[in-house]
Design a protein. Structure first.
Ligand code: ZN
Ligand code: ZN
Length: 237
C-alpha cells in the first residue's frame, strides 16, 4: 500500500509538471504570433485548476500499472529483441487506434445534451482554447478516459520505450491541438498523411462548433461517421 501511495504521489507530480512545462512553453511561443488567441487570466486559471486535478485522476490507474509492472503482472517488456522488431511500431499504432476509437465514442456521448454539463463542459469553457486547455477535463471525463491505456498494458505486449514515446507524443499533440493556432505547415495538414491526423485546425473546429470533429488522434472515425469538417481553403487567384 505504501509503495502504491508513493507511486501515486510521484506520478501525480510528474503528470502535473509535464503539463505545466509543455503548456507554458507552447503558450509562450504562440503569444508571440499576431494570430495568437485572445485569453483572459481567469480562463487560464480555470484550465490550470481542472488540469491539475485531472493529473491526480490520471495518476491513479498509472500507479496501479507501475506497481503491477514491478510485480510482473503487466505485458510491458524491456528487452526490445523479445518480440519481432515490427511489433515496436505496430504495438504503438494499435494502442493509439484503440484509444482513438474509445475516445471518439465516449466524446460523442459526452456531447449529449443531458450529459454534457456533467462530463465535458469543463473542457469547453473557452471557445478558442489555449495550450493550458490540453489537459483540462472535468473529473468525470478524466475518470472515463484515464484507464484505457493502463488497461491495455495488461492485454497487449508493449515495450517500455514505445509506451514512453506514446506518452510524450500525446502530450505534444494535445498541447499543439489546443494552442489556438496551427503551427504545422498547411501542406502537411492537408496532405496524404497529415490529412488523417488531428491537428489544431481540426480540433479548433470542434471547440468552435461542438457538433463535429470528435476524434483524438486520427480522423478515421469522424470520416466514417460523417462528423469530419475542415475549414474551407481560400481559393487561389
Ligand atoms: Zn479539446
Ligand atoms: Zn468536446
Amino acid at each position: 500500500m505504501t509503495a502504491f501511495l508513493i507511486s501515486f504521489a510521484a506520478l501525480t507530480a510528474i503528470i502535473a509538471v509535464r503539463y505545466l512545462l509543455t503548456s507554458a512553453l507552447i503558450h509562450g511561443l504562440v503569444l508571440r504570433r499576431p494570430d495568437a488567441p485572445e485569453t483572459t487570466p481567469g480562463a487560464i486559471r480555470q484550465e490550470l485548476a481542472l488540469s491539475l486535478a485531472s493529473s491526480a485522476i490520471y495518476a491513479l490507474p498509472a500507479a496501479l500499472v507501475v506497481e503491477a509492472w514491478k510485480a510482473g503482472h503487466t505485458l510491458i517488456y524491456t528487452d526490445a529483441s523479445a518480440l519481432p522488431w515490427i511489433w515496436l511500431p505496430l504495438s504503438g499504432l494499435i494502442f493509439l487506434l484503440i484509444q482513438d476509437a474509445h475516445y471518439y465514442w465516449v466524446h460523442r456521448l459526452m456531447h449529449h445534451r443531458r450529459l454534457f454539463r456533467w462530463l465535458h463542459a469543463g473542457h469547453h469553457r473557452s471557445r478558442r482554447p489555449t495550450a493550458f486547455a490540453s489537459f483540462a477535463f472535468d473529473l468525470t471525463e478524466a475518470a472515463l478516459v484515464a484507464w484505457v491505456l493502463p488497461l491495455l498494458t495488461f492485454l497487449i505486449p508493449i515495450h517500455v520505450g514505445v509506451l514512453l514515446f506514446l506518452l510524450i507524443a500525446m502530450t505534444a499533440t494535445a498541447t499543439l491541438n489546443h494552442c489556438g493556432v496551427e503551427i504545422l505547415p498547411r501542406r502537411f495538414v492537408r496532405g496524404p498523411i497529415g490529412g488523417w491526423l488531428i491537428t489544431a485546425t481540426h480540433h479548433g473546429m470542434h471547440h468552435e462548433r461542438m457538433q463535429t470533429n470528435f476524434g483524438l488522434h486520427f480522423r478515421l472515425w469522424d470520416r466514417l461517421m460523417g462528423t469530419d469538417v475542415m475549414p474551407q481553403e481560400p481559393k487561389a487567384g
